[in-house]
Design a protein around this ligand. Structure first.
Ligand SMILES: [Zn+2]
Length: 233
């Protein structure tokens, strides 16, 4: 599969017969080769994960399906696109015969997506993360820790081909809590760090702080918007 980093948490995943667009909010969406079905995912309504521009894709391409978290209000979907839109709650499985999508509850708003398509397993975390903020009280941080571990538990031992996981520099020294937990929890081949606010040095920081980690080779070093990655099966 080919993976293009668009910006922040936005990625385009191209498979043989379809393409999956995740959490687009700005930047350039690569052209999707004609005939491929396009699935457009938004994990929640926040401005850095959802933008109404995604609905213009329905004018450009003939086969588009929108898979949105149900915290996104229906009114934000143009009437012309509603028939090709599904709204998913956390904790369910939806499928249409070509792809299967499982949703996990987020520790922020909305959902994370676990997608199975053409034999590939792809996970996009949205804002499901082990958020830890120095400025919040212990009670708040402990609750998020508990929620994170509970919400992500369905992924334990799961074989995942590509995972998009937050690595957020705003968390300062606690930036790695969610990624480290995820690496131990799952069997993931390739991790694409995201939600970096374009500070890609955070990926180097993780690598330099984990010199002996058995997972080092799994971390994809993203350097710029529009970067493409060919991932072999
Ligand atoms: Zn976000």
């Amino acid at each position: 599969m080919k993976i293009t980093y668009i910006g922040h948490s936005g990625f385009l995943v191209e498979l043989e017969r379809m393409a999956l667009l995740f959490d687009y909010y700005q930047g350039e969406i690569p052209d999707v080769p004609g005939g491929k079905e396009l699935y457009v995912f938004s994990s929640h309504s926040h401005g850095d994960h959802f933008a109404p521009e995604i609905f213009q894709l329905a004018e450009r391409y003939s086969k588009v399906c929108y898979v949105l978290s149900d915290d996104i209000p229906e009114e934000r979907v143009p009437k012309a696109c509603r028939e090709q839109t599904v709204f998913l709650k956390p904790g369910l499985t939806w499928e249409d015969g070509r792809i299967e999508v499982e949703t996990l509850k987020s520790t922020d708003e909305g959902v994370a997506f676990l997608v199975q398509a053409e034999g590939e397993v792809i996970y996009h975390a949205g804002d499901l993360n082990y958020w830890y903020w120095e400025g919040e009280g212990d009670d708040w941080n402990q609750k998020v820790e508990k929620d994170f571990k509970r919400f992500i538990e369905p992924l334990r031992g799961k074989a995942i081909d590509a995972a998009f996981i937050p690595l957020d520099p705003r968390q300062e020294k606690d930036y790695k809590l969610g990624l480290d937990y995820f690496l131990d929890l799952t069997e993931t081949k390739r991790i694409y760090p995201m939600h970096c606010w374009e500070e890609y040095s955070i990926i180097d920081r993780w690598l330099s702080e984990h010199p002996d980690s058995p997972y080092r080779d799994r971390i994809v070093k993203i350097c710029r918007r529009g970067e493409e990655f060919q991932q072999e099966a």
